[in-house]
Design a protein around this ligand. Sequence first.
Ligand code: CS2
Ligand code: MG
Length: 405
Amino acid sequence: MKNDIIESAEVIVCSPGRNFVTVKVTTKSGHIGHGDATLNGRELAVASYLENYLCPLIIGKSIFQTEDIWNYFYKGAYWRKGPVTMTAIGAIDVALWDLKGKILETPVYNLLGGKSRNKMLAYTHANGKDIDDTLKRVEYLRNASYQAIRIQCGIPGIEKVYGIGEKGAYEPAIKGNKPLEESWSTHKYLNFIPSVFEEVRKEFGADLHLLHDSHHRLTPTEAARLAKDLEPYHLFWLEDVVPAEHQESFAQIKHKTVTPLAVGEVFNTIHDAQELITKQLIDYIRMTVSHGGGLSPMLKIAHLAELYHIKTGCHGPSDISPIALAACLHFNTAINNFGIQEYMGYSEVTEEAFPHEYYFEDGHLYLTEIPGLGVDFNEDFARKYPYEKAYLPVNRLEDGTMFNW
Ligand code: CS2
Ligand code: MG
């Protein structure tokens, strides 16, 4: 079948609404597939890895060889794993699945196991500078039909806190030639956060799913304290409580609380989560299709997690493109152990750059029957917005100690 042979693979770095790296794979028959290679704050590293090492090697290969191509790139690099490598491999993998769907004239989820569900519970972010501001944002999102909301709130005595934007949606990466520096006090955070959830529950009752992200900032003991303090408010999940390189640390938390734990948005291979999954130290795996190496490995991770009663909760910030979000939706549609999908939404400019079929309604995300991923890339429009280097912030303790952002 001539249609399936790859003729070209390009990388487009641009900034329609924010920085994105998009992979475009074209077959000899002229079919085009897209992947998202955006890694917030390190975009050019992934673009270079793709342009110099991966794109030249797929010319002449068949788009159907996703398993062989993935292993060719993973094992063939010798230097395995890592967010840059796996985001690059993931973008190619997703573009090939997009092409498979287009050439076989079927939505990608039909190639991943078919429909296990017709809709996907979504959650979005309520960020407030104080409790009143946060309550107002929750009210607005509830009225917009959200049934699951992540709650982040300013902390008295801390000037700038993760997740709290100046106005509107929170964009963590700041354009410029060096990272902004934020400061942090775990003491002030731990003493304050339970009161936020007490007020939210008082105002909105028990049915609304509430989530919270500690963004890698606690020790296991501090995390166990917060998880227990939040038990009366029945969170859907408490996310990224401690940096997860040391997976067995989660045993000190999981065995002390019934607050569900979620982790994994910074993971890039199954090895980052294997102990967390097989020892049931978490409740949700947050790995996302683009940074997790693509749809091919994510299916394997979901199938392993399913054996251990762990559900998925793909990372879906505004700093992965609608292509990656759509890939998550096809993945979510097919697997059995879907949990929830993060959905921050995008600016109007980003929406125009990436026209898509998926839609949000009544607290859920939906796909259509369109072949492939159902997302296009308006390349001419997107190229009007040139890339500008942007850094994620860094974070120090109040005494100046370098800490986790
Ligand atoms: C956050 C992200 O959505 C989340 O759970 O952890 O917003 C994260 O801070 C950004 O993706 C970093 O670029
Ligand atoms: Mg997070």
